[in-house]
Design a protein around this ligand. Sequence first.
Ligand SMILES: [Zn+2]
Ligand SMILES: [Zn+2]
Length: 94
Amino acid sequence: MRLCAECGRPASLRSVRSGEESWLCPRCADRLAVVFPIGSFLASLPEPERPPSACPGCGMPQGEWRRTGLVGCPVCYEAFREELFAAATGGAAS
Ligand SMILES: [Zn+2]
Ligand SMILES: [Zn+2]
């Protein structure tokens, strides 16, 4: 677990200032008005041309329901409709 460089609380935000990496908790990041490098943030996002890999409603990853047998929210039914339909019909339909 990373600790905040400012206050020692559990940190969840990585900041890079003049090439030096440090970790901050949300409170200190807010207090210090840290600007996070947008490049790495965008790089972590899925490519927009690809189909959604997670439910827009609850953020459940695509295919997660296969493991758990559960969907996270009603939006999942829409987001994973084709997948769920294929599974419900034995996976033969395509
Ligand atoms: Zn802090
Ligand atoms: Zn969902």
